[in-house]
Design a protein around this ligand. Sequence first.
Ligand SMILES: Cc1cc2nc3c(=O)[nH]c(=O)nc-3n(C[C@H](O)[C@H](O)[C@H](O)COP(=O)(O)O)c2cc1C
Length: 371
Amino acid sequence: MATREQQLEVVEQFFGGPRELDRLSLMSDDVEWWNGLGKFPGAPGQTVFRGKEEIGAQVLGRAPAPTPPNGRRVDRYDLATVSFDDVVTIDDGPYVFRQHTYRATTMGGRPYENVYGFLFRFADDGLIDRIWEHWGTLQAWETLFQGPLALTDVDEVLQTTPSVRKRLDLERPVPREVIQECMDIAVHAPNGSNQQPYRFVFVDDPDTRGELAGIYRAAMSDFVNRPRTEAPEDNVDRSSAQQQRIAESVYFLAEHLQEVPVLCVPFVAGRTDGNGPGAQADRTDTFWQASRWGSVIPTLWSLMLALRSRGLGSAWTTLTLVREREVAELLGMPYDQWMQAGLFPVAYTKGLDFRITPRRPATEVMAWNHP
Ligand SMILES: Cc1cc2nc3c(=O)[nH]c(=O)nc-3n(C[C@H](O)[C@H](O)[C@H](O)COP(=O)(O)O)c2cc1C
Protein backbone atom coordinates (compact mmCIF):
# COMPACT_ATOMS: atom_id res chain seq x y z
CA MET A 1 0.00 0.00 0.00
CA ALA A 2 1.41 3.40 -0.99
CA THR A 3 1.60 5.99 1.74
CA ARG A 4 -0.31 9.23 1.64
CA GLU A 5 2.99 11.13 1.22
CA GLN A 6 4.02 8.95 -1.74
CA GLN A 7 0.69 9.55 -3.49
CA LEU A 8 0.91 13.32 -2.97
CA GLU A 9 4.49 13.28 -4.26
CA VAL A 10 3.40 11.46 -7.46
CA VAL A 11 0.70 14.10 -8.05
CA GLU A 12 3.23 16.86 -7.46
CA GLN A 13 5.60 15.24 -9.97
CA PHE A 14 2.74 14.77 -12.45
CA PHE A 15 2.25 18.56 -12.66
CA GLY A 16 5.42 20.15 -11.35
CA GLY A 17 8.09 17.59 -12.29
CA PRO A 18 10.78 18.42 -14.85
CA ARG A 19 9.75 18.44 -18.50
CA GLU A 20 11.98 15.44 -19.26
CA LEU A 21 10.08 13.31 -16.73
CA ASP A 22 7.96 10.79 -18.59
CA ARG A 23 4.51 11.21 -17.01
CA LEU A 24 3.62 7.68 -18.18
CA SER A 25 6.16 6.31 -15.69
CA LEU A 26 3.81 7.47 -12.90
CA MET A 27 0.95 5.32 -14.24
CA SER A 28 0.04 1.62 -14.15
CA ASP A 29 0.07 -0.36 -17.38
CA ASP A 30 -3.74 -0.64 -17.40
CA VAL A 31 -4.35 3.03 -16.50
CA GLU A 32 -7.56 4.73 -17.69
CA TRP A 33 -7.88 8.47 -18.27
CA TRP A 34 -11.29 10.13 -18.62
CA ASN A 35 -11.17 13.48 -20.34
CA GLY A 36 -14.49 15.10 -21.20
CA LEU A 37 -13.38 16.95 -24.33
CA GLY A 38 -14.05 14.29 -26.96
CA LYS A 39 -12.30 16.47 -29.55
CA PHE A 40 -8.76 15.18 -29.81
CA PRO A 41 -7.89 15.31 -33.52
CA GLY A 42 -6.79 11.67 -33.62
CA ALA A 43 -9.72 10.37 -31.53
CA PRO A 44 -12.96 12.21 -32.36
CA GLY A 45 -15.74 11.57 -29.84
CA GLN A 46 -13.54 9.52 -27.53
CA THR A 47 -13.48 10.54 -23.86
CA VAL A 48 -11.89 7.49 -22.18
CA PHE A 49 -8.32 6.54 -23.03
CA ARG A 50 -6.93 3.18 -21.92
CA GLY A 51 -3.34 2.05 -21.46
CA LYS A 52 -0.08 3.94 -21.63
CA GLU A 53 0.25 3.71 -25.38
CA GLU A 54 -3.12 5.29 -26.15
CA ILE A 55 -2.73 7.92 -23.44
CA GLY A 56 0.76 8.80 -24.67
CA ALA A 57 -0.41 9.08 -28.26
CA GLN A 58 -3.73 10.90 -27.85
CA VAL A 59 -3.85 12.71 -24.51
CA LEU A 60 -0.17 13.62 -24.18
CA GLY A 61 -0.12 14.37 -27.90
CA ARG A 62 2.83 12.25 -28.98
CA ALA A 63 1.19 10.79 -32.08
CA PRO A 64 1.17 12.99 -35.17
CA ALA A 65 -2.33 14.45 -35.27
CA PRO A 66 -4.15 14.14 -38.59
CA THR A 67 -4.94 17.47 -40.22
CA PRO A 68 -8.60 18.18 -39.48
CA PRO A 69 -10.90 18.85 -42.46
CA ASN A 70 -10.97 22.57 -41.67
CA GLY A 71 -7.20 22.68 -42.28
CA ARG A 72 -6.53 24.30 -38.91
CA ARG A 73 -3.98 22.85 -36.55
CA VAL A 74 -4.18 22.49 -32.79
CA ASP A 75 -2.42 25.46 -31.16
CA ARG A 76 -0.85 23.61 -28.21
CA TYR A 77 0.26 25.40 -25.11
CA ASP A 78 3.98 25.85 -24.80
CA LEU A 79 5.17 23.68 -21.88
CA ALA A 80 7.99 26.13 -21.16
CA THR A 81 5.41 28.82 -20.23
CA VAL A 82 3.20 26.84 -17.85
CA SER A 83 2.28 28.08 -14.37
CA PHE A 84 -0.19 26.87 -11.73
CA ASP A 85 -2.16 29.05 -9.33
CA ASP A 86 -4.85 28.53 -6.69
CA VAL A 87 -3.73 24.96 -6.12
CA VAL A 88 -6.00 22.91 -3.84
CA THR A 89 -5.06 19.30 -3.06
CA ILE A 90 -7.31 16.93 -1.10
CA ASP A 91 -6.61 13.26 -0.40
CA ASP A 92 -8.81 10.44 0.82
CA GLY A 93 -7.56 6.84 0.87
CA PRO A 94 -6.45 5.84 -2.64
CA TYR A 95 -7.79 9.11 -4.10
CA VAL A 96 -6.07 12.47 -4.53
CA PHE A 97 -7.94 15.44 -5.94
CA ARG A 98 -6.10 18.49 -7.20
CA GLN A 99 -7.66 21.65 -8.60
CA HIS A 100 -5.65 24.52 -10.06
CA THR A 101 -5.76 27.44 -12.43
CA TYR A 102 -3.49 26.70 -15.35
CA ARG A 103 -1.83 29.50 -17.30
CA ALA A 104 0.31 29.16 -20.38
CA THR A 105 1.01 30.74 -23.75
CA THR A 106 0.14 28.76 -26.85
CA MET A 107 2.75 27.95 -29.48
CA GLY A 108 0.92 30.55 -31.58
CA GLY A 109 1.56 33.15 -28.89
CA ARG A 110 -1.96 33.42 -27.45
CA PRO A 111 -2.75 33.40 -23.72
CA TYR A 112 -4.43 30.29 -22.33
CA GLU A 113 -6.01 30.14 -18.89
CA ASN A 114 -8.26 27.39 -17.61
CA VAL A 115 -9.41 25.70 -14.41
CA TYR A 116 -8.68 22.01 -14.05
CA GLY A 117 -9.75 19.46 -11.45
CA PHE A 118 -7.94 16.11 -11.56
CA LEU A 119 -9.11 13.15 -9.51
CA PHE A 120 -6.41 10.46 -9.29
CA ARG A 121 -6.85 6.91 -8.01
CA PHE A 122 -3.80 4.97 -6.90
CA ALA A 123 -3.11 1.24 -7.15
CA ASP A 124 -1.39 -0.56 -4.25
CA ASP A 125 2.02 -0.18 -5.94
CA GLY A 126 1.73 3.63 -5.73
CA LEU A 127 1.10 4.14 -9.46
CA ILE A 128 -1.90 6.02 -10.83
CA ASP A 129 -4.50 3.65 -12.27
CA ARG A 130 -7.41 6.06 -12.95
CA ILE A 131 -7.54 9.75 -13.86
CA TRP A 132 -10.68 11.84 -14.19
CA GLU A 133 -9.85 15.17 -15.77
CA HIS A 134 -12.50 17.87 -15.24
CA TRP A 135 -11.74 21.13 -17.01
CA GLY A 136 -13.25 24.06 -18.84
CA THR A 137 -13.69 22.15 -22.06
CA LEU A 138 -15.30 25.03 -23.97
CA GLN A 139 -12.41 27.32 -23.12
CA ALA A 140 -9.91 24.62 -24.08
CA TRP A 141 -11.73 23.84 -27.32
CA GLU A 142 -11.93 27.45 -28.39
CA THR A 143 -8.35 28.38 -27.50
CA LEU A 144 -6.33 25.25 -28.17
CA PHE A 145 -8.31 23.22 -30.65
CA GLN A 146 -10.09 25.83 -32.73
CA GLY A 147 -6.92 27.66 -33.70
CA PRO A 148 -6.93 31.41 -33.47
CA LEU A 149 -10.63 31.97 -34.19
CA ALA A 150 -12.46 34.79 -32.43
CA LEU A 151 -15.83 33.81 -33.95
CA THR A 152 -16.81 30.31 -34.96
CA ASP A 153 -20.50 30.54 -35.87
CA VAL A 154 -20.67 30.72 -39.66
CA ASP A 155 -24.12 32.37 -39.74
CA GLU A 156 -22.96 35.01 -37.27
CA VAL A 157 -19.86 35.77 -39.32
CA LEU A 158 -21.93 36.04 -42.52
CA GLN A 159 -24.40 38.51 -40.99
CA THR A 160 -22.07 40.64 -38.87
CA THR A 161 -19.22 41.49 -41.24
CA PRO A 162 -19.64 45.23 -41.82
CA SER A 163 -17.46 47.80 -43.50
CA VAL A 164 -15.31 48.66 -40.50
CA ARG A 165 -13.83 52.14 -40.48
CA LYS A 166 -13.99 53.89 -37.10
CA ARG A 167 -13.49 50.65 -35.20
CA LEU A 168 -10.29 49.67 -37.01
CA ASP A 169 -7.59 49.45 -34.33
CA LEU A 170 -4.88 51.70 -35.76
CA GLU A 171 -2.47 50.97 -32.89
CA ARG A 172 -2.37 47.17 -32.96
CA PRO A 173 0.08 45.65 -35.46
CA VAL A 174 -1.21 42.95 -37.81
CA PRO A 175 1.25 40.04 -38.14
CA ARG A 176 1.79 38.91 -41.73
CA GLU A 177 1.03 35.33 -40.64
CA VAL A 178 -2.61 36.24 -39.89
CA ILE A 179 -3.03 37.69 -43.37
CA GLN A 180 -1.35 34.60 -44.82
CA GLU A 181 -3.73 32.31 -42.93
CA CYS A 182 -6.79 34.25 -44.14
CA MET A 183 -5.54 34.17 -47.74
CA ASP A 184 -4.84 30.42 -47.46
CA ILE A 185 -8.57 30.10 -46.75
CA ALA A 186 -9.83 32.72 -49.19
CA VAL A 187 -8.19 31.15 -52.27
CA HIS A 188 -10.69 28.30 -52.02
CA ALA A 189 -13.45 30.57 -53.31
CA PRO A 190 -14.88 29.86 -56.78
CA ASN A 191 -13.27 31.50 -59.81
CA GLY A 192 -13.56 31.15 -63.60
CA SER A 193 -12.11 27.85 -64.94
CA ASN A 194 -10.15 27.63 -61.69
CA GLN A 195 -7.42 29.78 -63.19
CA GLN A 196 -7.22 32.04 -60.12
CA PRO A 197 -6.43 35.03 -62.30
CA TYR A 198 -5.87 37.36 -59.35
CA ARG A 199 -3.09 38.91 -57.29
CA PHE A 200 -3.64 40.34 -53.83
CA VAL A 201 -1.05 42.97 -52.96
CA PHE A 202 -0.82 43.68 -49.21
CA VAL A 203 0.93 46.90 -48.32
CA ASP A 204 2.39 47.32 -44.83
CA ASP A 205 5.20 49.70 -45.83
CA PRO A 206 4.33 53.06 -44.20
CA ASP A 207 5.49 55.23 -47.12
CA THR A 208 3.44 53.27 -49.66
CA ARG A 209 0.42 53.32 -47.34
CA GLY A 210 0.81 57.10 -47.14
CA GLU A 211 0.87 57.38 -50.93
CA LEU A 212 -2.18 55.12 -51.30
CA ALA A 213 -4.03 57.23 -48.74
CA GLY A 214 -3.17 60.35 -50.73
CA ILE A 215 -4.55 58.80 -53.93
CA TYR A 216 -7.69 57.71 -52.03
CA ARG A 217 -8.36 61.25 -50.79
CA ALA A 218 -7.73 62.79 -54.22
CA ALA A 219 -10.07 60.21 -55.80
CA MET A 220 -12.71 60.95 -53.18
CA SER A 221 -12.52 64.64 -53.97
CA ASP A 222 -12.84 63.88 -57.74
CA PHE A 223 -15.86 61.71 -56.99
CA VAL A 224 -17.62 64.15 -54.67
CA ASN A 225 -17.11 67.01 -57.16
CA ARG A 226 -18.06 65.06 -60.28
CA PRO A 227 -20.67 66.46 -62.65
CA ARG A 228 -24.08 65.05 -61.64
CA THR A 229 -26.55 63.42 -64.01
CA GLU A 230 -30.09 62.14 -63.62
CA ALA A 231 -28.78 58.61 -62.80
CA PRO A 232 -29.78 57.23 -59.36
CA GLU A 233 -26.14 56.89 -58.22
CA ASP A 234 -25.75 60.64 -58.74
CA ASN A 235 -28.80 61.36 -56.60
CA VAL A 236 -28.44 59.25 -53.46
CA ASP A 237 -30.47 60.78 -50.62
CA ARG A 238 -27.95 61.48 -47.84
CA SER A 239 -30.39 63.16 -45.45
CA SER A 240 -31.23 60.17 -43.23
CA ALA A 241 -29.41 59.68 -39.94
CA GLN A 242 -28.04 56.36 -41.24
CA GLN A 243 -26.61 57.95 -44.40
CA GLN A 244 -25.09 60.76 -42.31
CA ARG A 245 -23.38 58.17 -40.12
CA ILE A 246 -22.00 56.36 -43.17
CA ALA A 247 -20.70 59.67 -44.60
CA GLU A 248 -19.02 60.56 -41.31
CA SER A 249 -17.43 57.12 -41.17
CA VAL A 250 -16.27 57.36 -44.81
CA TYR A 251 -14.54 60.69 -44.07
CA PHE A 252 -12.93 59.23 -40.96
CA LEU A 253 -11.45 56.39 -43.01
CA ALA A 254 -10.19 58.79 -45.69
CA GLU A 255 -8.45 60.88 -43.05
CA HIS A 256 -6.79 57.93 -41.28
CA LEU A 257 -6.15 55.49 -44.14
CA GLN A 258 -2.35 55.83 -43.93
CA GLU A 259 -2.51 54.71 -40.27
CA VAL A 260 -4.28 51.41 -41.05
CA PRO A 261 -1.63 48.68 -40.55
CA VAL A 262 -2.27 46.87 -43.84
CA LEU A 263 -3.85 48.03 -47.10
CA CYS A 264 -4.87 45.35 -49.57
CA VAL A 265 -5.26 45.98 -53.30
CA PRO A 266 -6.74 43.00 -55.18
CA PHE A 267 -6.08 42.72 -58.90
CA VAL A 268 -7.76 40.58 -61.56
CA ALA A 269 -6.03 39.76 -64.85
CA GLY A 270 -7.34 41.33 -68.07
CA ARG A 271 -9.49 44.39 -68.65
CA THR A 272 -13.18 44.61 -69.45
CA ASP A 273 -13.31 48.39 -69.92
CA GLY A 274 -11.95 48.45 -73.48
CA ASN A 275 -8.47 49.55 -72.34
CA GLY A 276 -6.91 46.06 -72.59
CA PRO A 277 -4.45 45.08 -75.34
CA GLY A 278 -5.31 43.05 -78.50
CA ALA A 279 -8.49 40.97 -78.42
CA GLN A 280 -9.20 42.11 -74.83
CA ALA A 281 -10.08 45.59 -76.13
CA ASP A 282 -13.38 44.11 -77.41
CA ARG A 283 -14.18 41.94 -74.37
CA THR A 284 -16.39 44.43 -72.62
CA ASP A 285 -19.77 42.67 -72.61
CA THR A 286 -21.46 41.37 -69.50
CA PHE A 287 -20.17 37.84 -70.07
CA TRP A 288 -16.57 39.02 -69.81
CA GLN A 289 -17.32 41.48 -67.04
CA ALA A 290 -19.14 38.95 -64.88
CA SER A 291 -16.53 36.29 -65.53
CA ARG A 292 -13.63 38.60 -64.61
CA TRP A 293 -15.15 40.18 -61.52
CA GLY A 294 -16.60 36.84 -60.47
CA SER A 295 -13.05 35.48 -60.48
CA VAL A 296 -11.83 37.84 -57.77
CA ILE A 297 -14.80 39.05 -55.71
CA PRO A 298 -15.71 35.69 -54.08
CA THR A 299 -12.09 35.44 -52.88
CA LEU A 300 -12.25 38.97 -51.55
CA TRP A 301 -15.42 38.33 -49.59
CA SER A 302 -13.96 35.10 -48.21
CA LEU A 303 -10.94 37.11 -47.12
CA MET A 304 -13.18 39.57 -45.28
CA LEU A 305 -15.04 36.73 -43.55
CA ALA A 306 -11.80 34.96 -42.57
CA LEU A 307 -10.49 38.26 -41.18
CA ARG A 308 -13.70 38.77 -39.20
CA SER A 309 -13.55 35.28 -37.68
CA ARG A 310 -10.03 36.11 -36.45
CA GLY A 311 -10.98 39.45 -34.89
CA LEU A 312 -9.90 41.66 -37.78
CA GLY A 313 -11.98 43.81 -40.09
CA SER A 314 -11.92 45.56 -43.42
CA ALA A 315 -14.00 47.95 -45.49
CA TRP A 316 -14.94 47.49 -49.11
CA THR A 317 -13.81 50.60 -50.96
CA THR A 318 -13.75 51.36 -54.68
CA LEU A 319 -12.95 55.08 -54.65
CA THR A 320 -9.31 54.59 -55.68
CA LEU A 321 -10.53 53.22 -59.02
CA VAL A 322 -11.31 56.82 -59.99
CA ARG A 323 -7.50 57.07 -60.09
CA GLU A 324 -6.73 53.47 -60.94
CA ARG A 325 -3.69 54.26 -63.10
CA GLU A 326 -1.95 56.03 -60.22
CA VAL A 327 -2.35 52.99 -57.95
CA ALA A 328 -1.16 50.67 -60.76
CA GLU A 329 1.98 52.80 -61.21
CA LEU A 330 2.65 53.04 -57.49
CA LEU A 331 2.42 49.27 -57.00
CA GLY A 332 4.05 48.35 -60.32
CA MET A 333 1.13 46.32 -61.72
CA PRO A 334 0.68 47.13 -65.43
CA TYR A 335 -2.62 48.97 -65.85
CA ASP A 336 -3.37 47.46 -69.28
CA GLN A 337 -3.10 43.90 -67.93
CA TRP A 338 -4.70 44.08 -64.48
CA MET A 339 -7.89 45.65 -63.13
CA GLN A 340 -8.20 46.62 -59.48
CA ALA A 341 -11.20 45.59 -57.41
CA GLY A 342 -10.68 48.36 -54.86
CA LEU A 343 -8.66 49.10 -51.74
CA PHE A 344 -9.22 47.18 -48.53
CA PRO A 345 -7.91 48.53 -45.22
CA VAL A 346 -7.13 45.67 -42.81
CA ALA A 347 -6.74 45.94 -39.02
CA TYR A 348 -7.82 44.29 -35.81
CA THR A 349 -11.21 45.64 -34.80
CA LYS A 350 -11.92 47.40 -31.52
CA GLY A 351 -14.14 44.73 -29.99
CA LEU A 352 -15.91 41.90 -31.76
CA ASP A 353 -19.52 42.86 -31.03
CA PHE A 354 -20.74 44.02 -34.41
CA ARG A 355 -24.49 44.10 -34.92
CA ILE A 356 -26.24 42.31 -37.75
CA THR A 357 -25.76 44.61 -40.75
CA PRO A 358 -28.96 46.54 -41.54
CA ARG A 359 -30.38 45.33 -44.85
CA ARG A 360 -33.77 45.06 -46.48
CA PRO A 361 -35.36 41.68 -45.80
CA ALA A 362 -34.50 38.99 -48.32
CA THR A 363 -38.17 38.54 -49.26
CA GLU A 364 -38.13 42.02 -50.81
CA VAL A 365 -35.25 41.22 -53.12
CA MET A 366 -36.09 37.69 -54.21
CA ALA A 367 -38.74 35.97 -56.27
CA TRP A 368 -39.78 32.48 -57.30
CA ASN A 369 -40.25 31.71 -60.98
CA HIS A 370 -41.40 35.25 -61.95
CA PRO A 371 -39.50 38.43 -61.11
C1 LIG B 1 -18.86 48.00 -54.41
C2 LIG B 1 -18.68 48.74 -53.12
C3 LIG B 1 -17.96 49.93 -53.08
C4 LIG B 1 -17.76 50.62 -51.87
N1 LIG B 1 -16.96 51.73 -51.86
C5 LIG B 1 -16.67 52.34 -50.67
C6 LIG B 1 -15.71 53.39 -50.62
O1 LIG B 1 -15.08 53.76 -51.63
N2 LIG B 1 -15.42 53.95 -49.41
C7 LIG B 1 -16.01 53.51 -48.27
O2 LIG B 1 -15.68 54.04 -47.19
N3 LIG B 1 -16.94 52.50 -48.28
C8 LIG B 1 -17.27 51.91 -49.46
N4 LIG B 1 -18.14 50.82 -49.48
C9 LIG B 1 -18.78 50.34 -48.23
C10 LIG B 1 -20.28 50.65 -48.18
O3 LIG B 1 -20.46 52.02 -47.90
C11 LIG B 1 -20.93 49.79 -47.10
O4 LIG B 1 -20.79 48.43 -47.45
C12 LIG B 1 -22.40 50.10 -46.92
O5 LIG B 1 -22.55 51.41 -46.45
C13 LIG B 1 -23.07 49.15 -45.91
O6 LIG B 1 -22.42 49.25 -44.66
P1 LIG B 1 -22.15 47.93 -43.78
O7 LIG B 1 -21.62 46.91 -44.73
O8 LIG B 1 -21.14 48.38 -42.76
O9 LIG B 1 -23.48 47.55 -43.18
C14 LIG B 1 -18.34 50.12 -50.68
C15 LIG B 1 -19.06 48.92 -50.72
C16 LIG B 1 -19.21 48.22 -51.90
C17 LIG B 1 -19.91 46.86 -51.88
